[in-house]
Structure formats: structure tokens, C-alpha cells
Write a protein that binds this ligand. Structure first.
Ligand SMILES: Nc1nc2c(ncn2[C@@H]2O[C@H](COP(=O)(O)OP(=O)(O)OP(=O)(O)O)[C@@H](O)[C@H]2O)c(=O)[nH]1
Ligand SMILES: [Mg+2]
Length: 426
């Protein structure tokens, strides 16, 4: 969907079940999304109803009012605040003198503009086509005017059927290609698992400061001169996952990953399509939940993040919550996140609280570490290497019969070292 520079009107339905501020936030967010997609919001229309109208989302009278406003202000784009059903799109397009889009399509459009990697592009296209397929009849202006029923048989339907078949085939191709990319990822992941380097995943709402935080961490603790692009003040700045090797204060190496941010009503087609990417991110030993504490409704944003994490089935992992942007927050502000094992306050841009965050992460990762006391024969040089790179050596004595070591290591390495266990009291 091309919507650059177009004039848009926002259309919202306020249900009584919504908390007032939750609705305001989601509507304001839609405004931001539409402008991010490149359109200019010139008007809005809001209706309070018990339920959306199944045929036209807003009521008949409101649709007429909307059509009038669109004609008057020469609006090219009506954006609805929730996902519309195929029937609603069809009915609205029939009476409105402009394009009809919903929140999902706007988000998909932004993602399409951001995707850089091959995998990202494949995933976005899959999400777009999955969304489009059931709505094909409704997209009269784009593909086929005909909506089914009397008078639609003949050439029209043939065209529609061809379009559908073409899209289905493309979807199948995309799924295959994504599966292939995913297989490569898995191999990579298995290799990493073997090396047993712990993974810390940055997750959070879009624009919370994940990339900025990773940049600050790499600057101070990065193992190699890897560059992290500077975070930008825009929605969905990061799409492609980034991984960086970090050395914790106790010289244990870990990998930090950063990826796409979450948002309210993240389209399901997108979550599905990005599953491989997200899986990679959340296949972590520890989640760092980055929160923009300067947002007055950051609690709602946090809930959204937890909902997505639940959908990804990763809420059992330990979470460290980072309240970021504290440079923008009142001095005495303090809050604890009940979902987290620990909370830390930082300013990624000023570099405040980063050292403390790192020691918290370190402490949490060590929780799963196993204390070993071993006597390692001198022939086992490569194991000695592993203990030093993966573990934390507390004591090491070179003796005639071997190297006596006391160290904290990961469970996998501990079971290998079981062979060389030394009895206590020695
Ligand atoms: N004042 C202030 N601004 C910050 C801080 N951390 C990040 N920002 C700003 O917040 C904006 C978003 O930062 P990003 O790092 O791009 O956020 P993100 O979470 O990676 O966003 P997505 O990639 O879109 O999910 C940028 O303009 C940053 O400069 C902070 O500690 N204080
Ligand atoms: Mg980012």
C-alpha cells in the first residue's frame, strides 16, 4: 500500500469496555503510526458505541458524515483504529470516496518500508499477503471490483480467481523460503548452544531505547569493535535482529540481541511471519525488558510487552526490567516491576546505570551456574580453556598431579567436568 504524502482521517470507535486512558493512548498511537507511514492526519472522527457495527464498523449515519468530510477536505485515506473484517472493508469502500485502511495495514506498510534483510522482506511480504488474501474481493480498487454474488461470474471472477491462486502460490513459496532461512538460523543456534555462551535478549515496546541501550553497552563492554546503529526517534526503527558479543565485569562472555519492538495490537500475521526472528531473540537465558519510563502510560506498554511474550511462550525466563530514559523522569520516581526478578533504572543516552545493570545481569546468569571443584590432568588443555572462557574461575593451583580448580560454570560444562570431580575436604 503506497500512502506517501496523502491526506488522512482517523476513524475510531470507543467501546465502554475500554479504560479511558488506554483508548486515548491507542488512538494517539494510531496517529503516530499514520504519520510514520508518511501520511498527514487532517481530521478525525470518533464514535462511542457498545459494539462496532458488523457491516460498517461505525454506524450508518457516521459513515455518511465521514463520506461528506472526506469529500470536503479531499481526504484520500480513511484509517480505522482496529482491524476491519473483509465485509466491512467492502461496504465502506462502496460508499467512501477514498481508500479504506486499518491499523494493521498501516503497521504492515511501515514494516515494508523498514525491512532491509532478505529474511525481513520475506517475512513482511508473507504477512501482507496473508492479510490481503481473504480481503481480495474488497480491494476493488486494487485488484478486482467484483464482490461475489449476482453479476460477478464470468471474466471478473476468473480474474479474481487468478489473483487468488497467484497469491496462494506466492505465500507457499514465501513459507518455503522462510523455512530455509530458519533452518540456517537453527544450525547457527545449535553451534552457539554448544559453545554455551549465555544469550541476553533485549525486548520492549517500540521506541523504548533498546538499540540505544545496546549501543551504550557495546561501547563499554563490547568484545569487538562491532558497530550498533544509533537508535532513532521513530516507531519500528529496528527490524532486523542484531547480536553483539559482550564481556561481563567478571570476564564471562555473553551475547546480547536486539530486535523489533512491540506495540499494541501488533498484527497477528506479523507475529506469525516474524516468529523465526522473534524465536531467535527470545531463545535467551535472560530477558532484559526495556521500558520508556518517561511515557506516562508506560504501564500499559509494559502490559502489551508481557502479552506478546506470553504469546511467544517465554514468560518463564528470568526478566530484568530496565526503566530507561530516567533523565526525563522526576528525581524521586521509583517503581518495581512485579514480573521481573529485578528492576534497574538507567539512562542509555547518558550512560547512567549501565554498570549496575551489567552486575545485575551477571548475578542473574550466575544463578544457574554450578560450582565445581576439580583436579584436571595437564593433558586436558582444551577443557581448561573452556573453563576460562565460559566459566568464572575462583581458585586455580598448579600441582604435580594436575590443576586444582574451583570455578562456577554452566550446567553443561559441569557435567563434562564431573569426571574430574575432587572430593571435598581435600
Ligand atoms: N532522553 C532519553 N532518550 C533516549 C534514551 N534512550 C533512548 N532514547 C531515545 O529514544 C529514541 C528511541 O530509541 P531507540 O534505541 O531507537 O529505541 P528502540 O527501542 O530500539 O526502538 P525500535 O527499534 O523502534 O523498537 C531515540 O530517539 C533515542 O535517542 C534515554 O536514556 N534518554
Ligand atoms: Mg531499535
Amino acid at each position: 500500500v503506497q500512502i506517501r504524502e496523502e491526506k488522512a482521517i482517523l476513524v475510531g470507535v470507543k467501546l465502554p469496555t475500554y479504560q479511558n486512558h488506554a483508548w486515548e493512548m491507542s488512538f494517539a498511537e494510531l496517529h503516530g503510526l499514520v504519520e510514520t507511514a508518511g501520511a498527514k492526519v487532517v481530521s478525525e472522527i470518533i464514535q462511542i458505541r457498545d459494539v462496532p457495527d458488523p457491516a460498517t464498523y461505525i454506524g450508518k449515519g457516521k459513515v455518511e458524515e465521514l463520506a461528506r468530510i472526506c469529500a470536503e477536505l479531499e481526504i484520500e485515506l480513511a484509517v480505522f483504529d482496529q482491524e476491519l473484517s473483509p465485509a466491512q472493508v467492502r461496504n465502506l469502500e462502496r460508499v467512501l470516496p477514498c481508500k479504506v485502511l486499518d491499523r494493521t495495514q498501516i503497521i504492515l506498510d511501515i514494516f515494508a518500508g523498514r525491512a532491509r534483510s532478505r529474511e525481513g522482506k520475506l517475512q513482511v511480504e508473507l504477512a501482507q499477503l496473508t492479510y490481503l488474501l481473504p480481503r481480495l474481493t474488497g480491494k476493488g480498487k486494487a485488484l478486482s471490483r467484483l464482490g461475489g454474488g449476482i453479476g460477478t461470474r464470468g471474466p471478473g471472477e476468473t480474474k479474481l480467481e487468478t489473483d487468488r491462486r497467484r497469491i496462494r502460490r506466492r505465500i507457499a513459496d514465501l513459507r518455503r523460503e522462510i523455512a530455509e532461512v530458519r533452518r540456517h538460523r537453527q544450525l547457527h543456534r545449535i553451534r552457539r548452544k554448544k559453545a554455551d555462551v549465555p544469550v541476553v535478549a533485549l525486548v520492549g515496546y517500540t521506541n523504548a531505547g533498546k538499540s540505544t541501550l545496546l549501543r551504550a553497552i557495546v561501547e563499554r563492554y563490547g568484545l569487538e569493535a562491532g558497530h550498533v546503529a544509533e537508535g532513532k526517534n521513530r516507531l519500528f526503527d529496528t527490524l532486523d535482529p542484531t547480536a553483539r558479543r559482550i564481556r561481563l565485569p567478571s570476564s564471562v562472555n555473553v551475547i546480547f540481541t536486539d530486535t523489533v519492538g512491540f506495540i499494541q495490537f501488533l498484527p497477528h500475521t506479523l507475529i506469525d511471519a516474524f516468529h523465526a526472528t522473534l524465536e531467535e531473540t527470545v531463545d535467551a537465558d535472560l530477558l532484559v525488558h526495556v521500558v520508556d519510563a518517561s511515557q506516562s502510560h508506560h504501564d500499559l506498554q509494559m502490559n502489551t510487552v508481557y502479552q506478546v511474550l506470553q504469546e511467544l511462550n517465554v514468560l518463564d525466563k528470568p526478566i530484568v526490567t530496565v526503566y530507561n530514559k530516567i533523565d526525563q523522569v522526576r528525581e524521586f520516581w521509583m517503581e518495581n516491576d512485579a514480573m521481573a526478578v529485578e528492576t534497574v533504572r538507567v539512562s542509555a543516552t547518558r550512560g547512567q546505570g549501565i554498570d549496575r545493570l551489567m552486575s545485575v545481569i551477571e548475578k542473574r546468569l550466575q544463578r544457574s551456574a554450578v560450582r565445581v571443584r576439580i583436579l584436571l590432568p595437564y593433558e586436558c588443555g582444551s577443557l581448561l580453556n573452556r573453563i576460562h572462557t565460559e566459566g568464572n574461575v575462583l581458585r586455580e593451583t598448579f600441582r604435580e598431579d594436575g590443576i586444582s580448580i574451583e570455578a562456577n560454570v554452566n550446567p553443561a560444562l559441569a557435567s563434562v567436568l564431573d569426571l574430574f570431580r575432587k572430593d571435598l575436604g581435600e
